[in-house]
Design a protein around this ligand. Structure first.
Ligand code: ZN
Length: 514
């Protein structure tokens, strides 16, 4: 087995030299990632100040390695060596993607990077205070600065001036190749069918039975049950962990050391279970990356949206389906004694699929979640283009919530101040949540065609065929293709909303009698 530090011996010499340098910064980043995980799960609160210094030092060193001119020179030499190889050859992919990362890292001047980091750190504090007091005026000057700095950042990266817009350059950091035009081309048809579907649910003749969402279960037993389910889905606990944290996430250092976290609610088993299954999707993507290519693009995930497609697939396509609910309900006796005896699998299923428009994105159900994302995409796009001034954000936010979700936003705390992303300087991030949801539905339809009896197997607790299919078709591909090219490779089609809408309508129409 090749060691993580050595270059791949089959690669030509200039490629090996470039990859050795590229691996250095990635190796350091993987150490920072373990410290970050430790901070959220194990570290006593007294460690915070020193940990911040440790992480800042590692980030500085990593940036130095990632922008080292020697790496740029080594990549130029490697580019000549791989020029005649096919586009998807691992060596060519590694050189191309390292060049993409290097150009991104070197295009921003150091003073802009520093200014962004320091403004974002104050802005996050001001945002937290403003949110508590529901006081948009307090956050507004910081939002204006964040938008201004992001516009400068986009200008440093550059974008297609004939056919694109500034927002594209920002989204590219989270989702390589993503453009506002592509996103709105996918979101438009989704919104057209989603808004009337949710309206029909609101006024539906039948109300599903949601009582299982309000049924206290022992927290420690929930955690043990979560571990049991994640293991059954195919997460390898010899190469990963599941711990508790305030905000669930998936981190770790590489494919053989994946650190997931979840959180549990006393009142509702499905909250914690859904979050554990979500992180397991992320975790199995990380574990499925090719160990032969550790610390190179061929051993890395494609993008945020493809990562999110893996988590949403296990959380929504599998976890909210009747076959899974049937199996999971049958396992509850072993973990909870008689605590869930009063419920049937059908009641668990209905509770998992309730649709309830609300103000808060992170609490939203599978259907309305995407409308929350669309509002944010439209508003950040308009702020970056200059069509919307920060001072007009609350009014526009509230207008879109009325139009898309039929809700009157009562205050900015439950409105435009609810998310951390913009205060942290992250513009161009939100659409990846919904793109991931749509990729998940499209991948799952393809998997169902490819694997006979797939969902019947779920009802018996057999999930490995799906994990192995995702492993071969998505995880092992590394960064060989950008998101939408991967989608075409796997499903034969470019990304659209149809598969997701079929999935949603197929469940909600019978459940609500519409
Ligand atoms: Zn996620």
């Amino acid at each position: 087995m090749p060691s993580a530090a050595a270059a791949n011996p089959a690669s030509p010499p200039a490629v090996q030299a470039a990859m050795s340098l590229a691996r250095e910064s990635r190796l350091l980043a993987s150490s920072a990632s373990i410290l970050g995980w430790d901070q959220e799960t194990m570290m006593p609160s007294g460690g915070l100040e020193h940990r911040a210094r440790q992480l800042a030092q590692l980030a500085r060193l990593e940036h130095g390695m990632a922008t080292d001119p020697r790496l740029g020179d080594a990549l130029s030499a490697a580019e000549a060596e791989v020029a005649s190889l096919p586009e998807t050859h691992p060596d060519r992919v590694n050189v191309r993607e390292c060049r993409r990362d290097y150009d991104k890292a070197t295009k921003l001047p150091a003073d802009l990077v520093e200014e962004l980091a320091s403004v974002a750190s104050i802005a996050q504090h001001e945002w937290a205070e403003a949110r508590k007091a529901s006081d948009f005026a307090r956050f507004r000057p910081w939002l204006e600065r964040i938008v201004e700095l992001n516009r400068r950042k986009a200008d440093c990266f550059g974008w297609d001036r004939a056919d694109g817009e500034r927002w594209d350059a920002l989204a590219d950091s989270f989702e390589p190749g993503c453009t506002a035009k592509h996103v709105s081309g996918v979101f438009g048809p989704l919104r057209e069918r989603l808004v009337p579907l949710i309206e029909a649910v609101r006024t539906a003749p039948r109300r599903p039975d949601g009582r299982f969402n309000d049924h206290p279960m022992d927290i420690d037993a929930q955690e043990r049950f979560g571990r049991f389910v994640c293991g059954a889905l195919g997460f390898d606990f010899a190469r990963g962990r599941l711990d508790r944290s305030t905000h669930p996430f998936c981190g770790g250092s590489h494919c053989n050391d994946v650190r997931m976290t979840s959180r549990y609610s006393e009142r509702c088993l499905l909250d914690g279970l859904g979050s554990s299954m979500h992180e397991t999707g992320h975790g199995m993507y990380e574990q499925g990356l090719d160990p032969a290519w550790i610390s190179t693009p061929m051993g890395e995930a494609v993008s945020l949206s493809i990562h999110e497609s893996q988590s949403r697939l296990w959380e929504n396509q599998v976890g909210r389906g009747m076959p899974f609910c049937t199996w999971a309900k049958a396992q509850m006796g072993r973990h909870f004694g008689t605590a869930a005896d009063g419920f049937t699998a059908a009641q668990v299923y209905e509770a998992a699929n309730m649709v309830e428009p609300g103000f808060i994105r992170v609490d939203a159900d599978e259907a309305t979640y995407n409308l929350h994302v669309m509002v944010r995409f439209e508003l950040e796009r308009a702020m970056i283009s200059g069509a919307l001034e920060a001072k007009d954000l609350p009014g526009e936010w509230n207008r879109l919530y009325k139009e898309y979700l039929g809700l009157t936003v009562p205050d900015d705390r439950r409105g435009c101040l609810q998310d951390v992303h913009w205060s942290g300087g992250m513009i161009g991030y939100f659409p990846t949540y919904t793109l991931g949801t749509l990729y998940a539905a499209q991948f799952f339809e393809t998997a169902r065609e490819a694997i006979p009896g797939l969902e019947e197997g779920f009802a018996r607790g057999e999930f490995r065929a799906l994990r192995d299919w995702l492993n071969a078709n998505i995880h092992r591909q590394g960064r060989r293709w950008l998101s939408d090219d991967l989608c075409r490779q796997v499903t034969g089609k470019t990304l659209g909303a149809d598969a997701f809408l079929r999935h949603l309508e197929g469940k909600l129409r019978p459940m609500y009698g519409i």
